[in-house]
Write a protein of this length. Structure first.
Length: 503
């Protein structure tokens, strides 16, 4: 990074890239904060910390951190349940836990989370974000639970068409979405200006010039928005509900950051991400955000890809983007107060749509239907219950599916000329396949000798061994020759290498 200061061409490229990232990050920082139910300045604080603090730490050179739409629903639920004062304590604990996990080399293990679970998690977040922000687009208070948000859509539609103020606000939000969609289809030169900035700026200009009566973002000032956690908040961290939220924050923020790092690494030819260091960097950033009472942060793929596509060469670009956010928040806070809430809601509805992996559904249905089931169940569970419960259910399903796929076993029955019956078991004999194994064994004739050949079994768990021995004991009681069981022969120990005398 410091070498860029000695190279004018690299310095100029990083400075230009930082401006692009700043313009992308600005509306998203404000929008994520508003959607999370916290002051808009808290989103800017997290973006500033993501640039100035995390940007200067080792890990991933080009990915950019800040408040993310993926944590919006969880933050909203946490603030609603525990209060805004507890948010800083929860984020602080999340950061400390991430630092510990990174120091213990757990960063690489977050990459082992099933892709279907992550996609289901993002899809669930996207759906809750979409249905929730539709109410904000119309200036209507959104219901608390996911199912109520979905079931309330017909009533929302009635309110929009019966109330002129709701219709006006919704039109502003819908127009913002249209700009976001159309802007991506324009020539590359036009797309040098980030679509979210253009959409929000146009919506702000239209509402101001047209004198439209729509709600705007409330501004208190950067210093007034900072709310460090108090001693009572820190002592409340020991409760079960808060600990569950901390674990959910840690799991989702870490997984999203490290998956984003893997995606960013595929976009450039520079230094690869060191996952443990990146996890610790995210932990330091969240610790600082927690002390300031701000939103949690993750590495964000939208800002990171914008950074790479803008030609960033070093970490200087992401640090400078934090500088621009800080200058804007300090020098132009009034500019935030003229942004319509409906426009920010439209930005987040568009972001929520992109979180739903629509293009992956058809390929998964053709090739990996089990993975599609995990994705769908995770998403539906998040919408109907909570983020934490949905992710845990998705992980459990992924583990069960993996165990089922790996515990393939075959049982072949042969009758020999001497009257014996041989049942040959091959594969991985686990409790998941036990019903099939027992059904085959119980169908064997009881009036002739039986031999169970287990020499082809790669793994025999305790449940299968116990059940087969019990079956053999019951079969012996029928008065026939005892069942013989041929177990796998132990692998021979390697012969010790001859010791060569030193000459």
């Amino acid at each position: 990074m410091f070498s860029a200061l000695k190279q004018p061409a690299v310095l100029r490229q990083d400075a230009l890239a930082s401006l692009v990232v700043f313009l992308v990050a600005l509306p998203l920082c404000v929008g994520v904060a508003v959607a999370s139910g916290v002051p808009a300045e808290l989103g800017l604080i997290t973006g500033i910390v993501g640039g100035l603090v995390v940007g200067a730490l080792p890990g991933s050179a080009l990915q950019v951190s800040g408040p993310a739409a993926g944590l919006t629903v969880l933050v909203f639920e946490a603030v609603r349940e525990f209060g805004l004062g507890m948010l800083g304590a929860i984020v602080l604990a999340t950061g400390v836990l991430q630092i510990v996990l990174g120091a213990l080399k757990f960063g690489r293990w977050f990459r082992a989370i099933s892709v279907s679970v992550v996609q289901g998690m993002l899809a669930g977040i996207g759906l809750v974000l979409i249905f929730g922000q539709l109410y904000t687009m119309a200036g209507v208070k959104q219901p608390r639970s996911g199912p109520d948000k979905i079931l309330g859509i017909p009533g929302l539609a009635a309110d929009i068409f019966s109330d002129s103020s709701a219709l006006t606000a919704f039109a502003v939000g819908a127009g913002t979405i249209v700009v976001l969609v159309v802007w991506k289809k324009l020539p590359a030169k036009a797309q040098l200006v980030p679509a979210p900035l253009v959409a929000v700026a146009l919506a702000t200009a239209v509402t101001a010039l047209g004198g439209l009566d729509v709600a705007n973002v409330e501004v208190r000032g950067l210093a007034d928005a900072i709310q460090p956690p108090g001693l009572n908040d820190l002592t409340t961290l020991g409760s079960v509900g808060v600990l569950g939220t901390v674990v959910a924050f840690t799991l989702i923020a870490s997984a999203e950051s490290l998956f984003s790092a893997a995606a960013v690494d595929r976009m450039h030819d520079g230094p690869r991400t060191h996952y443990d260091k990146e996890l610790m960097a995210q932990g330091v950033g969240n610790t600082v955000c927690g002390v300031l009472g701000a939103l949690p942060m993750t590495a964000v793929i939208v800002r990171s890809s914008a950074n790479v596509q803008a030609g960033a060469k070093t970490a200087l670009s992401r640090i400078l983007h934090g500088v621009w956010l800080l200058l804007f928040a300090v020098l132009l806070p009034v500019a935030i107060g003229v942004i319509p809430l409906a426009a920010l809601a439209g930005v987040l509805v568009h972001a929520g749509c992109k979180l739903v992996p629509v293009k992956d559904i058809a390929p998964l249905w053709r090739e990996h239907r089990g993975e599609l089931v995990i994705l769908a169940v995770t998403a539906v569970a998040i919408v109907t219950t909570s983020m934490f419960e949905g992710v845990v259910l998705g992980i459990l399903l992924a583990v069960v599916k993996t165990a089922w796929d790996t515990s393939k076993v075959q049982v072949e029955v042969r009758e020999l000329t001497d009257g014996r019956t041989v049942a040959t078991v091959t594969g991985n004999a686990t409790f998941l396949r036990l019903p099939r194994i027992l059904e085959t064994l119980e169908a064997l004739p009881k009036d002739r000798p039986v031999e169970i050949d287990l020499s082809g079994v790669r793994h025999l768990d305790h449940a299968c061994r116990t059940a087969m021995e019990s079956w053999a004991a019951r079969h012996n009681d029928a008065g026939t020759e005892p069942v013989r069981m041929r177990h796998p022969e132990p692998a021979p120990e390697p012969e010790p290498e001859p010791v060569k005398a030193a000459v």
